[in-house]
Design a protein around this ligand. Sequence first.
Ligand SMILES: Nc1ncnc2c1ncn2[C@@H]1O[C@H](COP(=O)(O)OP(=O)(O)OP(=O)(O)O)[C@@H](O)[C@H]1O
Ligand SMILES: [Mg+2]
Length: 288
Amino acid sequence: MSGSEVERREAHQAAVDALADVAPEPGVAKPDPILSASGVRRAFGGLVAVDVERLEIERGTITALIGPNGAGKTTLFNLLTGFDRPSRGTWEFDGRSAKRLRSYQVAQAGMVRTFQLTKALTRMTVLDNMLIGATGQLGERMWAGLLPWLWRGQEAANRARALGLLERFQLADKRDDYAGELSGGQRKLLEMARALMLEPRMVMLDEPMAGVNPALKESLLDHIKELREEGMTVLFVEHDMDMVHEIADWAVVMAAGRVITEGTPEQISSDSRVIDAYLGAHHDGAAR
Ligand SMILES: Nc1ncnc2c1ncn2[C@@H]1O[C@H](COP(=O)(O)OP(=O)(O)OP(=O)(O)O)[C@@H](O)[C@H]1O
Ligand SMILES: [Mg+2]
């Protein structure tokens, strides 16, 4: 077992302290950002999906990225992790410009993400999915035949790491099953475990709890807290405010491509801009 309750509380307290003097304003500077983005914009034809003037993510904290459907959260993730290219903008990860890096280079630089729709490679075993994580690349067709050659040099070390992570995420007994046989929740766990193969300093999780049953949700929340305890920075997208309150040190709110506010979960839940954004997004739908 990694980490005691005491260590967990200390990591949490350190994150709270780091953010204690940060004002709840969009784009506000943080004491020690691991990721900072400026003027990041992405348009699809006439639709501006992302238009983030400034965003800093504090090192060692759990930050939630929230906002109504279509706010631009996934697009921002795609841009920052090299899965999409911006119309303009720059960003730095851990002091180095990351805007020209390809997705696998971003992963190798220490920033790894998971996907809203899990990308577990269904026709590969759970263990092979983990070993692909060690390369920082995804793509079933591309890797199906190449995998054995790729990991040969590092096989023993990668295998040991993979098995350790599968143990930690309660997937060890599934290691030889096809990933396609796992439940939705188990695939989310597999994706998180796979993201850790590269020993990242930052993990970005796009709706890690979506479609996961309540029991597994608790375990996912624990795993996320554990990442902070180990010194990692976590940025995660989530719609359920209870989850945000339970684990996030800070929350960033997007609407229509922009960061409209940020602050502690308590601060943003009483912010009228947030309420307006959600009401606005459901304008033509039923009131809720
Ligand atoms: N490849 C694309 N081509 C055209 N439009 C896109 C593309 N990707 C996203 N969009 C549009 O950009 C906007 C932002 O989408 P995005 O998926 O980033 O939102 P989101 O905040 O992740 O929403 P959700 O909470 O539903 O996942 C939406 O209007 C979406 O339709
Ligand atoms: Mg999304």
